[in-house]
Design a protein around this ligand. Sequence first.
Ligand code: ADP
Length: 238
Amino acid sequence: FVDITMLHNATKMREDFFSSVSHELKTPITSIRGYTELLSAGVITDEDKQKEVLNKILDQVRNMSNLISDILMLSRLDSRDLLVEEVPLHIKTTVENVLENYDASIMKKNIHVHTDLEDVIYIGNDQQLQTLISNLVSNAIKYNKENGDLMIKLHEANDHMVLVVSDTGIGIPSADQARVFERFYRVDKGRSRALGGTGLGLAIVKHIVSYYDGKIQLQSQLDVGTQITISLPMKKVD
Ligand code: ADP
């Protein structure tokens, strides 16, 4: 027999998700529409002003594109029946590649990066692990302060791979700490959007960690910084 309560909850969750996605897409679309109408009306004649408006449109397009990639990632994670190719990965290299991708924003904010990376070999899916690390590192940069520090540690302990990402940024108020892993939950919507955030980054992290039966620990202090520890059980290499 079918558990109607479970079905009902799943339907409700899906409805909530669709309604949030529509809402999240509405914001950039409304502003793109406004800016485009402004340009097409020809009221802005100054070339620099025109460029400014075009850049605003570009920012919103980027936000929408980030949102769609994140939704695709979540939906791929949801359909667990899809074949996820798992291979031995040098996670140290993954971390280094992720850091390289954020080179420009690290330089722009003058963030000091410290790494302590063991050469851990973890059997997993390359894209998932890259996304996991990338989402944590990107937050540690986005919510950091100018001249702040970013620390990444990677080691193996008790058959687990342990990854610690910490920053000296704005921190997360204790009341919000339990909720930041929920889809679309942000401490400060305006700030997150302005930084190109989708509100899905940590939800994706949580999803990937649960895919590998791992654990997440969050420690944060407002105005001092945040530390996220991920621990994933390691499969034995035959
Ligand atoms: P977003 O796309 O908004 O960054 P996330 O799911 O990655 O979405 O994070 C959810 C919220 O948690 C963020 O909007 C931010 O308020 C908070 N947050 C995440 N990481 C950090 C961090 N390292 N320092 C401070 N706040 C953070």
